[in-house]
Each structure stands twice: as C-alpha cells, then as structure tokens.
Design a protein around this ligand. Structure first.
Ligand code: NDP
Length: 333
C-alpha cells in the first residue's frame, strides 16, 4: 500500500482563505482583527516563527503589532506590557513566543494574558471549555489536525485514535477535541506516553495514529496498523534535516494516508492561530457565560471576571509559512 499524502500546505491555504474572508467581513463591520506578538530576546528560531506569524496576519488582512523586547527586560516590565495589551481594545489576540529568558517565570507570563485574547487557546478557561465540549478557541495544532482529518475525508466517528504524547499543547487537547460528541470527533481515544507499557500494542490498534513525541522516527512501520491514517506532529532537526516522529518511508507503505514533515501539520498551526484571532475579534462569537461578554475592550478578562492585573494567559504557539510548531518548538522550514 502506498499512502495518500495529506497536503497540509494546501489545506492550510484553504483555511487561510476562509480566514481572509471572515476578516474582510469583520472589517466591514468596523472591526479589524489584530494579533499582538511578543518576542523577548534573540533566539534566531523564535525570530523566524514570529516573523512568519506577522506576515501571515498581514496576508489575511489582520493587524499585527510587534513587540520585540531585549532579553534583559525585567519580568515586571513584560507583565506591564501584557496588561496594556489586555486593556487595548484594538488587540484581539496576544501571543507570547516561547522560550522566554531564564530569569522569567514562563507560566506566570502566559497566565497574565487574558483568556479572551488567548490566541493559542492554552488558558485554563479555554482548556476547560474545550473539555466541556464548548470550545471558544482551541489550541492551534490539535485544531489544525482535526481540520486535516475532516478536510481529507478521514472518518473519526467510531475510529480508534491513538495519540502518542500527552503535552498540554498537543496530546491532551487533541484527545479532548476528538472525544467530543460531534462531527469531526466521536472517536475512541487512547493517549500514550513514555510510561505506556507496550506502546506498539496500542499503536497497532489505531485507525488514526497521531504522533506528538519529539523523537525522530520513534514510530516505525511495524507499529502501524495497515490502512491507518498517520498524523506526524513531530519536528526534529537531524543531520538529514527536518524530520517527524514517524519513519515516513516505512509508514507510507503501511498507512492509507500520512502527513509529511514539513508540509503536514505545521502549516495548519498558523492557519488555526489566525482563525482563533478572528474568533476572538468577533463579538458574536463570545460564548454565553464568558468572562467578557460585555467587555468594551473587545473582550478580555479572567475566567469569571475581568481583571486589571492581567492574570490569565495564552500560550505561545509558533510557526512559519511552511511548517511550524507550538510553544518552545517549531521549525523554520
Ligand atoms: P513534549 O515534549 O511536551 O511531549 C512529548 C510527549 O511524548 C510526552 O508526553 C512524552 O511522555 C511522550 N514521549 C516521549 N518519549 C516517548 C516514548 N518513547 N514513547 C511514548 N511517548 C513518549 O512535546 P510537544 O507535545 O510539545 O511536541 C511534540 C513534538 O511535536 C515536538 O517534536 C514538537 O516540536 C512538535 N510540535 C509541532 C507542532 C507543529 O505545529 N507542527 C506544534 C507543537 C509541537 P511523558 O509525558 O511521559 O514525558
């Protein structure tokens, strides 16, 4: 069997064009969706990812505000900036690029971003809504994977989905999305991790196998059920270049469909990030009981209350035109 290649670039382009149309619609209604990106320090890879996001914003007609800060900036100064962005009605999404310098408490910084401006959907408020089956925004990478499955015609209802990796940015929200009682979900989901006994026994059951491990070629051909759909989230820099978590050459002989690296999941992350910003900018998308609802600022406050001290958060997320990755990860291709 030779697997169909799931073209993440093409599907991401489709999503971006939908986002462009939604953005134009909002602009007509007097709202220009805007994403503020915050980059601290000189990490070259982070610069690449952030530049890509900013470019992608411009391409779909969104505003993008760039905050490039010196690595030596005090943590409090960064918190103050996030407070300002939380209070700025023209800013609908905030993204703090990881990694942050060592003298900063990363979680504290991320927690400072309002959940109503949480472009990556990592805030506990948004995670909670996702788990409850009422997501406002979902983390960009798993949301992108769900779109890849749906738009490739891969049936999730009743499917055995095995996710290898239990991170808060990929594995857990992925499971939460696919287990929901709704279209594009309704799957039977198993999450595996480094303590899983007999990983292969699980992966061999998977109709849809999602690898988010961060180890080059950790998923080999014999671990894949013939005819399975294989989604490779991994981005690993090796001597051979950028490779995924799946041994692609072996897997494509067993699977029925597979995502390449690069050009699979990566491009979807930025597309879904943009989609999240549109959602956050659209007042009609505000959920009932959301922290903001009547917030004149265009929405931002802590779960259950608006806050001036900025104690919420968003995740980073990252990417670039061709591929990308989540917080702290990413690729430059
Ligand atoms: P984390 O390092 O946070 O999580 C890795 C997970 O894999 C952990 O749950 C870990 O288990 C599990 N794991 C590690 N080794 C094994 C093993 N031998 N067997 C089974 N499970 C194992 O990674 P992320 O979720 O942040 O990212 C995963 C990969 O995806 C990375 O390569 C990253 O760069 C990429 N990525 C790509 C994105 C994209 O847009 N394309 C976006 C985000 C990430 P345990 O919890 O027990 O340690």
């Amino acid at each position: 069997m030779t697997a169909t290649i799931i073209d993440g670039k093409a599907i991401a382009a489709q999503v971006r064009s939908e986002v462009r149309a939604d953005t134009a619609d909002l602009v007509q209604r007097g709202i220009t969706p805007g994403l503020a990106t915050v980059l601290v320090g000189d990490d070259p890879a982070s610069h690449v990812y952030v530049r890509s996001k900013r470019k992608a914003c411009a391409e779909v007609g969104m505003e993008a505000w760039d905050h490039d800060l010196d690595a030596s900036i005090a943590e409090q100064a960064l918190l103050d900036l996030i407070d300002d962005l939380n209070a700025d009605p023209s800013v609908h999404g905030i993204l703090v690029q990881l990694p942050l310098p060592e003298h900063m408490d990363e979680q504290k910084i991320l927690d400072a971003v309002s959940p109503l401006k949480d472009a990556d959907g990592f805030h506990p408020y948004n995670m909670g809504r996702l788990l409850a089956g009422e997501p406002v925004v979902a983390p960009a990478t798993p949301a992108g994977i769900q779109q890849l499955l749906v738009r490739s015609g891969i049936e999730t209802a009743g499917a055995e989905v095995v996710i290898v990796g239990r991170s808060n940015i990929v594995g857990k929200p992925m499971a939460a999305l696919l287990v929901q009682k709704r279209q594009g979900a309704d799957a039977t989901v198993t999450i595996c991790h480094s303590r899983t006994k007999d990983l292969q026994a699980h992966t061999l059951r998977a109709d849809i196998l999602i690898a988010a491990i961060g180890r080059a070629h950790a998923i080999t051909g014999p671990m894949i059920k013939p005819g399975a759909a294989v989604i490779d989230v991994g981005i690993n820099r090796t001597d051979e270049g950028l490779v995924g978590d799946v041994d692609f050459d072996a897997a494509k002989e067993v699977a029925s469909a597979i995502t390449p690296v690069p050009g699979g999941v990566g491009p979807m992350t930025i597309a879904m990030l943009l989609a999240n910003v549109v959602t956050l900018a659209d007042p009609s998308a505000a959920p009932s009981g959301s922290p903001d609802a009547a917030d004149d600022n265009g929405g931002n406050s802590g779960p259950g209350s608006d806050d001036d001290d900025g104690d919420d958060n968003s995740g980073p997320g990252s990417n670039d035109d061709d591929d990308n990755s989540g917080p702290g990860g990413g690729d430059d291709d």
